[in-house]
Design a protein around this ligand. Structure first.
Ligand code: FES
Length: 114
């Protein structure tokens, strides 16, 4: 059995996975699309509880061997969802320019935003 190329964690807790904060987002569809893209790219995915970055809404973490984890947030529209899925289908290489603004800087104090 080979190890997955990467592992995706998709937050599904109060600020990311429910309709209370973002009522117009179909969270299940997002999770399904990300999971399918991860599988296509050789990775795995799972839904997790709060990752502690609630200010960033719809948080996705991509873990890869011998690389820094990519923490992504504000996955709140179909454009960024599509970009993330394309990246995962490609095997999650270096983070593309269009996704970089969604990177969560985990070294800075957080400001509570959408
Ligand atoms: S609810 Fe998703 S990071 Fe806290």
């Amino acid at each position: 059995m080979t190890s997955p190329a990467f592992r995706v964690q998709m937050c599904d807790a109060c600020c990311c996975g429910t309709t209370e904060k973002h009522p117009n987002i179909d969270h299940q569809r997002q999770r399904d699309e990300i999971a399918a893209a991860a599988t296509a790219g050789g990775g795995t995915s799972r839904v997790v509880d709060c990752l502690g970055e609630c200010h960033a809404s719809n948080v996705v973490v991509v873990l890869q061997p011998e690389r820094e984890a990519e923490w992504l947030g504000w996955i709140v529209d179909d454009t960024i969802l599509s970009d993330v899925c394309d990246w995962l289908r490609d095997g999650a290489p270096t983070l593309p320019e269009q996704i970089a603004p969604h990177r969560i800087d985990r070294t800075q104090p957080v400001e509570q935003t959408g």
